[in-house]
Write a protein that binds this ligand. Structure first.
Ligand code: ATP
Ligand code: MG
Length: 313
């Protein structure tokens, strides 16, 4: 069954800002999809359509969750199906104590008291905030709030989880832990849709990438989308650093048919190359090497157009 079906979704904000234009895609149950795009591309706007917070008047039947059209009159029924972690955690924490914030969703869903307690504990454990029940939500640090916001959604045990920039503002250890949490949810069969600017995290998190720039400009496996440099650059995005680095290595003569996307992939790739090369990697410097290195470096460079420079020969 399709978890999320968006068909020809258009949305214009009341002030006339056109945020989404003819957006269409289908996400199957159990898929893990990264949604990427430049600032202002409409990613957060799209997310708010998935549980009916925003509803297009131009395209009323545009969004289906688990085969049911999202109906703005039945928004209260959505949290069991899809949980959304907003970009700004302050929009999700409004009770005095964190334990109450995490209990709020399941209590509203009519979950029994003991079960609510268990869910609160498990959800806080899962995001690395074990024992934070009595902490004052609005006193938490930025990174703690980010994780707390995720716990308020996990406690409702939704089938689909959509997260708006879950790794933003996290320290490296918390970021790694969060990636781990998301991987565990993915392993448990949850459908995930993850908005992120963190391109280096995508290979670990997502099987598929959708590039949004008001409309869907690319949609494919993570490797397919990262191989389409032109579209990515046009959308102001980039590819994982490891991928760029291996392209530079290629310029030094490193034999590599398929560029690795992650550090783990790089380690595997290097191991295999050395096994084939009797324990060695052969790199070299020729006359043309510098040109090729520069061309590899330049391939992913973003160019700013400075007004004063334009218009002159
Ligand atoms: N409430 C609103 N009223 C009017 N315009 C809005 C509103 N919210 C967002 N917009 C506009 O809609 C467009 C899409 O915004 P959105 O927040 O969905 O982008 P985004 O892809 O999430 O960007 P970012 O990566 O910066 O979070 C932007 O041009 C934004 O200024
Ligand atoms: Mg956003």
């Amino acid at each position: 069954m399709a978890a999320i079906r968006v068909h020809d979704l258009n949305y214009t904000y009341p002030d006339g800002t056109a945020a989404l234009r003819n957006v269409s895609f289908v996400i199957e149950e159990g898929e893990s999809v990264a949604l990427v795009g430049p600032n202002g591309a409409g990613k957060s706007t799209l997310l708010l359509h998935l549980n009916g917070i925003l509803h297009s008047t131009e395209s009323r039947e545009a969004v289906e969750i688990l085969s049911e059209t999202v109906d703005p009159k039945k928004v209260h029924k959505m949290p069991k199906k899809i949980g959304i972690v907003f970009q700004n955690p302050d929009d999700m924490l409004f009770m005095p104590l964190l334990g109450d914030d995490v209990a709020f969703g399941p209590i509203n869903l009519g979950v029994a008291k003991e079960e609510v307690k268990r869910r609160v504990k498990d959800s806080l454990d899962l995001v690395g905030l074990a024992g934070y029940e009595e902490r004052v939500s609005h006193h938490l640090s930025g990174g703690e709030k980010k994780r707390a916001a995720i716990a308020t959604v996990l406690s409702m045990e939704p089938e689909i989880i959509a997260l708006d920039e879950p790794t933003a503002n996290l320290d490296p250890k918390s970021r790694a832990e969060l990636i781990d949490i998301l991987r565990r949810l993915k392993g448990a069969g949850k459908t995930l849709i993850i908005i992120t600017h963190d391109v280096n995290a995508i290979p670990e998190l997502a099987d598929r990438v959708i590039v949004l720039d008001k409309t869907v400009v690319a949609d494919g496996t993570t490797r397919e989308v990262f191989s389409d440099t032109e579209t990515l650059l046009a959308a102001g995005l980039e590819v994982p650093t490891i991928m760029q680095f291996f392209e530079v290595l290629q310029a030094f003569g490193y034999p590599c048919d398929v560029l690795p996307l992650s550090v783990e992939g790089a380690a595997r790739n290097l191991t295999q190359t050395m096994e084939e090369g009797a324990g060695h990697i052969h790199l070299h410097l020729h006359e043309h090497t510098h040109r090729e290195v520069n061309s590899a470096l330049g391939k992913y460079r973003h160019h700013h157009r400075i007004a004063a420079d334009s218009g002159h020969p």
